[in-house]
Write a protein that binds this ligand. Structure first.
Ligand SMILES: Cc1cc2nc3c(=O)[nH]c(=O)nc-3n(C[C@H](O)[C@H](O)[C@H](O)COP(=O)(O)OP(=O)(O)OC[C@H]3O[C@@H](n4cnc5c(N)ncnc54)[C@H](O)[C@@H]3O)c2cc1C
Length: 331
């Protein structure tokens, strides 16, 4: 069996929260490892980023390359492999990566993000960032002066997205598969009803994405019980059907989950309910604003907490060593 690596801080993820945590952790001079299969997380696949301070109009992939370069300068090792299991092993946590590597870490920062719910239609993935988006807060301004865009979903995010998009695009369709919006907050429904250029299409399903690999999405085919199938010409389609925090590892560790949001519950120091385990970014209930800047900020804060835990555990080990009477083995 291969050797188990002994480190101070393991960071699960390769997105904004993970790289920011890696940067801060390495600068605290503790032995750090970043592990995750997919480079850059959602930021890297989200297209243009217009709201990251200091980096106007930067492609998300390039922004994440800058994050990584800064971490690489500190020679922080990265394993391109997901963390598949974590269990308590004395004072440390033993993590197993998909590639078989085993790591004992004093602190773990979970920055594994969320899984966006998709429509699961052909071309959806290929045209993501080219007419198909999963984040209206991020991409709505790209639709300034465009003729038409649509939002699919029936929760707060969908209504907020449609109202925001209506400030930019001439016409916005809010497409919902049920016959009534019951989930959004009443205040949002009031704003929606006052936004004249949003047309709500109830009992409507998107059945096909129209377009080409060159042009990206140019429209959709919808199905309505009373009208049958129709085409809508669109400049953009926003899928706001929710996102599920990745809870495999949090559940293995028995972390407290926020019952309202399904996210890992953290305090303001990004501590979870289990000592030595921290969480940062979109995975957590730390903030409602799920953005690259908030994920990065949380990563930095989590790194400080993880570092403090490492110091505490190590000073405990030192104390135990010095209090062991001479001639008595500590093994
Ligand atoms: C289409 C789109 C456009 C966006 N545009 C913007 C924008 O313009 N501005 C903005 O500020 N925000 C934008 N966002 C939101 C922003 O991308 C997220 O808020 C941000 O990426 C969250 O960072 P994170 O590190 O928490 O999670 P993520 O970026 O999701 O990273 C999670 C990482 O964890 C990895 N991972 C998953 N499972 C494991 C595992 N078991 N072990 C190890 N690693 C694992 C993933 O592969 C990934 O690398 C956009 C999002 C989308 C979807």
């Amino acid at each position: 069996m291969s050797e188990v690596k002994q480190i101070d801080v393991l960071i699960a993820g390769q997105g904004a929260a993970a790289f920011a945590a890696g940067l801060y952790s390495s600068r605290y001079q503790v032995e750090t490892l970043i592990a995750g299969e997919q480079f850059g997380g959602e930021t890297a696949i989200g297209g243009m980023i217009e709201n990251y301070p200091g980096q106007p109009d930067i492609d998300g992939f390039d922004l994440m390359m800058k994050f990584k370069e800064q971490v690489d300068k500190l020679e922080t090792p990265t394993e391109n492999s997901n963390v598949t299991a974590v269990e308590k092993n004395g004072d440390v946590y033993r993590a197993t990566l998909e590639n078989g590597t085993q790591v004992d870490a004093i602190s773990i920062i979970l920055a594994v993000g969320r899984e966006r719910r998709k429509l699961l239609l052909p071309n959806e993935e290929e045209w993501s960032g080219n007419g198909v988006s999963y984040c209206s807060t991020c991409d709505a301004p790209l639709y300034r002066n465009k003729k038409a865009a649509a939002v699919v979903g029936g929760g707060n995010a969908a209504v907020e997205g449609a109202v925001l998009l209506a400030k930019y695009a001439e016409t916005v369709y809010l497409i919902y598969r049920r016959d009534k919006l019951t989930r959004p907050e009443p205040i949002l429904l009031k704003v929606l009803s006052q936004t004249e250029n949003v047309k709500v299409l109830y009992s409507t399903e998107v059945v096909e994405l129209l377009g080409s690999d060159d042009a990206g999405l140019t429209g959709i085919r919808i199905n309505q019980p009373w009208e049958g199938q129709n085409e809508l010409t669109l400049d953009g389609l926003f899928v706001e059907a929710g996102a599920d925090p990745r809870l495999d590892i949090p559940n293995q560790l028995g972390l407290e989950i926020n019952p309202d949001t399904g996210e890992v519950h953290v305090d303001k120091a990004l501590k979870t309910s289990v000592q030595g385990i921290y969480a940062a970014g979109d995975l957590t209930d730390g903030t409602e604003l799920k953005q690259t800047i908030t994920a990065a900020a949380q990563g930095a804060i989590a790194a400080l907490s993880a570092y403090q835990h490492v110091l505490e555990v190590k000073s405990g080990w030192q104390e135990a060593e010095t209090s062991t009477p001479a001639g008595v083995s500590g093994d």
